[in-house]
Design a protein around this ligand. Structure first.
Ligand code: UGA
Length: 434
């Protein structure tokens, strides 16, 4: 006899990256999924089949599951909650004054509790500090008599590769104590590949924070080595390649450049630093990771100044790539914001170029001129400043660019270009540690 039905009634709270991807993937597996979102504007966009951000493959997946009625979106907890078997909390947990702001978690938990009719499993997917489950349990107990099971299944997807990462993660971490809850969640995830790890909810939450602190530590380490390589004329890419061949180190997240941005690493590092301070521990390694990352922007801007013979005042500089990384329109903590701000402060005229993020970038960058076509942007420019390594920028026609630019200068913040090739064409090139 099957202990649980193969398809389940799921509710996902929050139509952000994590919520929409979770909902779409589980609907695709045949479950019935209702997404609850309180932002009416977002619901309207989604009901017109539009995804509020750029994520490859997501729009098609959402559309096809809405069509087959496996997936629906509402702002009504009253409509969604009573029939649900598993509820996923996928709301944002930004940092406020350095600590994780859990107000959206608590307000959605209250709304869930007010509408519960039957026993349900509530799974926290949002990144939250250890101990949150017990606080959430108290909110439930205050508001309802209905029995709930709490679990923590942290999200490890990357923007730009969200669907691939959800279908084929390295691991699925199930943080729960109740045996039936663990079985139910293992069953729900059975079509997803990757290793399984069952542990306490607190460990699951700490695994997420520790992972989101360790990966940027690798990046800052690579960037620190790059600073030394830069002085000795050593190529950082060769060094990291050789280092990454050691299985204990691994080749990923060792790309030196302008450093990390995005909605996750910077906020989770701050939240973990807050957590460590709250127990009286000085997490000095993590502080250095953060400082190293911030310093990379200054280091890069100083290179641009040297390339421009000591001053960028009045120079037309084309920044290629605005989003915090390729394949996303997300501008949160994008390095481009910091680089552009510094250059503008120093008197440069910035032309900002990106294949998809301009609609987001205009909200946060006021003084720049925006371009989609890099060649248009580069006409008459004094310098090309590569900030985000979109594929579109990897194979540019530099023979053509040499003809249209005023000064043949390339500052490569992600080490995607070949110094020798560019120098042969007459460009002056600077990368980071190469
Ligand atoms: C990150 C984690 O990789 C995911 O596992 C996690 O689920 C997610 O945060 C989250 O907490 O939701 P994401 O922020 O989408 O994912 O982006 P990453 O691909 O990890 O890149 C983060 C930043 O690091 C980018 O700015 C990227 O340019 C930079 N980076 C990455 C480097 O500078 N060097 C590298 O070698 C790799």
């Amino acid at each position: 006899m099957l202990l649980f039905r193969l398809s389940m009634k799921l509710v996902v709270i929050g139509a952000g990256y994590v919520g929409l991807v979770t909902a779409a993937v589980f609907a695709q597996f045949g479950n019935s999924v209702i997404v609850v979102e309180i932002d009416k504007n977002r619901i309207r966009q989604l009901s017109e089949g539009k995804i509020p951000f750029f994520e490859p493959g997501l729009e098609e997946l959402i559309k096809s599951n809405v069509k087959t009625e496996r997936l629906s979106i509402t702002d009504s907890y009253q409509k969604a909650i009573p029939q649900s078997e598993i509820i996923f909390l996928c709301v944002g947990t930004p940092t406020k004054n350095g600590r994780a702001d859990l107000s959206s978690i608590y307000s959605s938990v209250k709304s869930i509790a007010e509408n519960l009719k039957n026993k349900v499993t509530v799974v926290i997917k949002s990144t939250v500090p250890p101990g949150t489950n017990e606080k959430v349990r108290k909110v439930f107990e205050k508001t309802t008599k209905v029995e709930i099971e709490l679990a923590s299944v942290p999200e490890f997807l990357r923007e730009g590769k969200a669907i691939e990462d959800t279908l084929h993660p390295y691991r699925v971490v199930i943080g729960a104590r109740n045996k039936d809850t663990i079985k139910k969640l293992l069953k729900l995830h059975q079509k997803i590949s990757g290793k399984r790890m069952v542990c306490s909810p607190e460990s699951a939450q700490m695994i997420k924070y520790a992972s989101n602190a360790f990966l940027p530590s690798k990046i800052s380490f690579a960037n620190s080595i790059a600073r030394i390589c830069d002085n000795f004329g050593i190529n950082i890419e060769e060094v990291m390649k050789g280092m990454g061949m050691d299985k204990r180190i691994g080749p990923d997240f060792l790309n030196a450049g302008l450093g990390y941005g995005g909605s996750c690493f910077p906020k989770d590092i701050d939240a973990l630093l807050y957590l460590s301070e709250s127990v009286g521990y000085d997490f000095s390694i993590l502080k250095a990771v953060k400082k190293t990352n911030n310093d990379q922007v200054d280091f890069f801007v100083n290179k641009i100044i040297s390339l421009c013979s000591g001053s960028v005042k009045g120079k037309i500089l084309v920044v290629l790539g605005l989003s915090f990384k390729p394949n996303t329109s997300d501008m949160r903590e994008a390095r481009s914001l910091y680089v552009i701000h510094r250059l503008q402060k120093l008197g440069a005229v910035v032309r900002a170029c990106d294949p998809v993020a301009i609609s987001e970038a205009v909200k946060v960058l006021c003084k720049a001129d925006f371009y989609v076509d890099p060649y248009e942007a580069l006409k008459g420019a004094d310098g090309l400043v590569l900030v985000t390594e979109w594929d579109e920028y990897k194979n540019l026609d530099f023979v053509k660019i040499k003809k249209i630019m005023k000064s043949p200068i390339v500052a490569d913040g992600r080490n995607i270009y070949n110094r020798e090739g560019l120098e042969k064409l007459g460009f002056t090139y600077e990368g980071i540690g190469k």
